[in-house]
Design a protein around this ligand. Structure first.
Ligand code: GLN
Length: 435
């Protein structure tokens, strides 16, 4: 943690609380919609899942306008500020038991995350000039994301199911309010980052100039976004198909206690908190390119599904499968996520053309948004084809995609000429270092 700018910890806590509110809401949304008690809407499962897919897809897809608005007009800092404000309003509106306000709140939250998520990531990238430090910074930031998610999945569900849905929604709102307070208070540590680019300020009609190298870098990012789509489409089975698999077909009894299926949702965040540092140290000792790491992440998510294939085969022969299959699958998925997700954030902030960093971040999150939507469709196919075929299909798709990327990693890295990007220790970073 030493030698990281103080600004990182402001962004860490802001994003931690933002993710707390998002994952808390996500954890109870479907349960609330299908519930017939405590003010739930009593929808069918299919209706609830459709809204969940639309919502979780849109929050990330909205990162495209969020990124463009930041690059063209507001700059990342003001965009995060606005996004945080919208999120506070949205989450507190969710706490009011009124259906019209409920829809309005979801829309406001979608807009808020679109403004905040890509731009806060851009700000983290701006804190660093050295790529190795930036990578490490993003790993720490990613731990903040998952700390928020871990706390939310353990607390908000409990509060909502015990005391009432709207108490759960309010708790999410208080989390976001804390995030916004941290961000406003921490402005003193963020003076050098997240400001609107001066080059774009001088003339609103000024044309964006991109060099051939910029265009090649954008092309490579486009290829990576496709791979990232495949990764998240596989990974996001966690809240859908794997969740249902845990509930229906897994023997969840541990020391006489039947572990609730929803608790499996905290495995991912828990594993990130445990293994984030290990994976960071593993890569820090090597000279592996970012593209190769992303390829390896995609292969790992595929290998993770091999355990789900094992689970399905065991279930076919004895009617149920053991708990360790799911745990191992989640573990490999998490290792894969650590190779791809913080690495991608860091890589985009390094190679995207300066005037387009937030837009590229937005495009990245949008790819994950479309992947969320596709994941729901793939999960639904299990009804027709059976879980085994879906899990086996995901092994093939992910391993093949990752392997192809790995084969071309060197070539793609060369095309981006990333070694030409200057890396000099910046004054800001040094002077703001945590002692
Ligand atoms: N868990 C990450 C987060 O919440 C992943 C987001 C994504 O890229 N879809 O930030």
């Amino acid at each position: 943690m030493k030698n990281h700018p103080k600004g990182l910890f402001i962004l860490f806590f802001t994003e931690m609380w933002e993710r707390f509110s998002y994952y808390g809401l996500r954890a109870i949304l479907v349960l609330f919609l299908v519930s017939k008690t405590k003010g739930g809407y009593g929808w069918t499962e299919a209706e609830a899942l459709s809204l969940l897919g639309l919502f979780t897809g849109m929050v990330y897809i909205m990162s495209i306008p969020g990124g463009i608005i930041s690059d063209r007009w507001l700059g990342p800092k003001r965009s995060v500020m606005l996004g945080g404000l919208l999120l506070c309003i949205g989450h507190f509106l969710m706490a009011v038991p009124n259906q019209t306000l409920f829809y309005a709140a979801l829309c406001i939250i979608v807009a808020g995350i679109g403004m905040l998520k890509p731009n806060i990531s851009t700000m983290v990238g701006e804190l660093y000039t050295e790529q190795k430090k930036r990578d490490a910074g993003f790993i720490i930031f990613y731990m903040g994301i998952n700390l928020g998610s871990f706390l939310a999945t353990l607390s908000i569900g409990f509060v909502a199911e015990t005391y009432g849905w709207h108490y759960g929604f309010s708790l999410a709102g208080f989390g976001m309010l804390l995030g916004q307070i941290v961000f406003v208070w921490g402005q003193r540590y963020l003076q050098e980052v997240g400001n609107q680019l001066k080059t774009r300020k001088s003339g609103p009609k000024e044309k964006l100039k991109l060099s051939p190298t910029d265009l090649r870098r954008i092309m490579v990012l486009g290829i990576l976004f496709f791979v990232i789509f495949v990764f998240w489409m596989s990974f996001e089975q966690a809240s859908g198909l794997m969740n249902l698999y845990a509930k229906k077909y897994t023997n969840r009894v541990v020391f006489g206690w039947n572990v609730p299926a929803s608790m499996f949702q905290s495995f991912n965040a828990g594993f990130i908190l445990i293994f984030g540092g290990v994976v960071a140290a593993f890569w820090a000792a090597r000279k592996t390119s970012a593209i190769s790491k992303m390829a390896i992440g995609t292969i790992l998510v595929g290998i993770g599904f091999l355990f789900m294939v094992g689970a399905s085969m065991e279930r076919a022969s004895v009617g149920q499968s053991a708990i360790y299959w799911l745990v191992l699958a989640y573990w490999l998925h998490t290792l894969g996520e650590l190779c791809i997700s913080p690495v991608a954030l860091s890589y985009i902030s390094k190679i995207a053309p300066k005037a387009l960093v937030s837009s590229m971040m937005g495009a990245y999150f949008a790819a994950t948004g479309f992947a969320n939507m596709a994941a729901a469709e793939v999960g639904k196919l299990a009804g027709k084809l059976g879980e085994l075929s879906i899990f086996a299909g995901l092994v093939i798709i992910s391993v093949v995609t990752g392997t192809i990327l790995l084969l071309f990693a060197r070539k793609l890295t060369k095309i981006t000429r990333e070694d030409e990007i200057e890396e000099m220790p910046s004054k800001t970073t040094e002077s703001a270092s945590v002692a």
